[in-house]
Design a protein around this ligand. Structure first.
Ligand SMILES: CC(C)(COP(=O)(O)OP(=O)(O)OC[C@H]1O[C@@H](n2cnc3c(N)ncnc32)[C@H](O)[C@@H]1OP(=O)(O)O)[C@@H](O)C(=O)NCCC(=O)NCCS
Length: 215
């Protein structure tokens, strides 16, 4: 397969957004955690496409983007932009789209609030040791063909050149494929986080494992 790994370009934006919601929640189903695709894509990708595109790389096959790796080299700027720009814009879009008034939105808010109170959004990974974070997403039909590995090599090379000494990624504890992937490319488990998702009128508890790599 002739796969090209290259830096992100503005024309890739809509495809990257589509891949993000198609591969969300482990990517095993076409049933994302939130039904408004635009709002979900805003939350998952907007920081990377709009505020740090230079740390985003894509995999292209036959002229189409089939996967991407989005990174953040500056955690302080990330927090600021997410709080001041990404989340407010996503809420605004949810209001415009009518999603804000749906029950699933308020259930999700409830789950976030519970996660917050239980300390689930605390860092749980050392900023000094692993300052950079990344997400990697490949369309289902293209997995298991070394594309993830190539994207990771590209990104790690870029991170090393920028003088970065540690990166990390978050993976759901039941995402066996991704866990095997991160271990195979040299990461090791360095932390864990508990979070909540809506489940009818209650919540289900989920765990995220944090994988880190020192460069
Ligand atoms: C995780 C993911 C990025 C891996 O990408 P990929 O292109 O399928 O992985 P690769 O083909 O490059 O595999 C690299 C190594 O990972 C391991 N691996 C990949 N898929 C695996 C699987 N299903 N089972 C076991 N090991 C696996 C293998 O050891 C493989 O190396 P090898 O083929 O030399 O043995 C991809 O599955 C994906 O996009 N998943 C959905 C989104 C997601 O969960 N992202 C991670 C959270 S940020």
């Amino acid at each position: 397969m002739n796969i090209i790994i290259r830096p992100y370009k503005e024309r890739d934006r809509s495809t990257v957004r589509r891949i993000s919601y198609e591969t969300s929640d482990r990517g095993e189903q076409n049933r994302p955690i939130f039904s408004d695709r635009d709002v979900l894509a805003d939350v998952l990708t907007r920081y990377y496409t709009d505020f740090e595109p230079q740390s985003l790389c894509v995999a292209e096959y036959a002229g189409s983007v089939i996967g991407y790796l989005s990174g953040c080299m500056d955690p302080t700027r990330y927090k600021m932009m997410v709080v001041l720009r990404v989340i407010p814009a996503a809420i605004f879009r949810a209001i415009i789209n009518g999603a804000f008034w749906r029950r699933e939105t308020w259930s999700l808010f409830g789950a976030f609030r519970r996660t917050w109170f239980k300390g689930g959004f605390s860092r749980n990974v050392s900023d000094e040791e692993y300052p950079v974070h990344l997400h990697i997403n490949i369309l289902g039909d293209f997995r298991g063909q070394q594309i993830g590995k190539k994207l990771m090599e590209h990104f790690l090379q870029q991170a090393r050149s920028a003088g970065v000494h540690g990166v990390h990624a978050r993976v759901r504890e039941n995402n066996v494929q991704a866990i095997c992937f991160f271990e195979r490319v040299g990461f090791r488990e360095v932390g864990a986080q508990t979070f909540f998702l809506p489940n009818g009128v209650g919540f289900r508890v989920r765990k995220t494992l944090i994988f880190g790599l020192r460069l």
